[in-house]
Design a protein around this ligand. Structure first.
Ligand code: SF4
Length: 273
């Protein structure tokens, strides 16, 4: 008998994140609608800061760190990222809003002093070796997948911390006063589940890097996080199979790319009947 061909996972971690922002967005994206029609200043700022953060390990490993040298190193790295991004994402950079390049890079540059202050504080509090262990990738953007979970995803990094390989994700948005946002916890937990499926070893924690602030947070993966991820996976499966979720989310509606297509279920029904 021929061995069964492995099933390619249908759900990606980005679907789960989309679901957390609004279940209906999963529906639209799975039907070919574009989530980001073009690069605007805020998206460019986020892309630049993510790229910049990949340089933290190299910059932090340099011996003579003070605010001035750190600031200069980060500015050089940001300029480099500004030049490299269009080469790395050529498709995205064909559609860019007028003025987005200047405004996005100015916004990213304005974040450098706070990043410097927080990196220095982290180095003082935890020590260089600990910081470097948490920041330095043993793998960058590895593809992880699990047939059993019907899930695939790409963590920004895998780092080796306290002899354990764990995922680390780069987040360019706001940073909570303590810990991590609930959606980032789900993001980290989904990647921990994937890494466990690949390695066969428990992944008890993960890192979230709030790259606009130079802050690193460790997040312990709880059973309740795993349960929630599995629940969301099942809901996403149903949406991708054709279920249109109720329109419940209001918070993101005003800035949502799909707002003109997105009407309440009852209005949708009245269009057809
Ligand atoms: S318009 Fe609102 S409900 Fe519709 S997909 Fe966007 S965020 Fe969700």
């Amino acid at each position: 008998m021929m061995p069964a061909t492995p099933r390619s996972p249908e759900i990606s971690v980005s679907d789960l994140l989309l679901y957390i922002s609004c279940p209906r967005r999963v529906y639209f994206v799975s039907r070919g609608f574009e989530l980001f029609p073009e690069i605007n200043a805020s998206r460019l700022e986020r892309m630049l800061l993510k790229e910049l953060s990949l340089n933290y390990p190299e910059i932090v490993s340099k011996c003579s760190l003070n605010a001035d040298t750190l600031c200069k190193e980060l500015e050089v790295a940001l300029n480099q990222a500004y030049e490299d991004l269009p080469l790395m994402f050529p498709g995205d950079f064909t559609r860019i809003e007028g003025g987005a390049l200047e405004e996005g890079s100015a916004r990213a540059r304005a974040k450098i002093p706070e990043i410097v202050a927080n990196l220095l504080r982290g180095l003082e509090e935890y020590g260089k070796d600990t910081m470097l262990a948490a920041l330095t990738p043993v793998k960058t953007e590895p593809f992880l997948s699990s047939e059993k979970l019907n899930l695939k995803g790409v963590p920004s990094k895998i780092v080796c911390f306290e002899d354990t390989n764990v995922p680390s994700i780069l987040k360019p948005g706001n940073c909570p006063v303590q810990g991590v946002w609930a959606s980032d916890r789900m993001h980290a937990a989904s990647l921990a589940l994937l890494l466990e499926a690949e390695s066969g070893k428990e992944v008890p924690f993960a890192f979230v890097e709030y790259v606009s602030f130079g802050l690193l947070r460790k997040v312990v993966i709880r059973s309740s996080d795993r349960r929630e991820v599995l629940k969301i996976c099942r809901r996403v499966e149903k949406i991708k199979a054709g279920l249109m979720p109720e329109k419940t989310e209001e918070k993101f509606c005003t800035q949502c790319t799909f707002s003109e297509h997105c009407v309440s279920n009852s209005s949708l029904m009245s269009k057809f009947f």
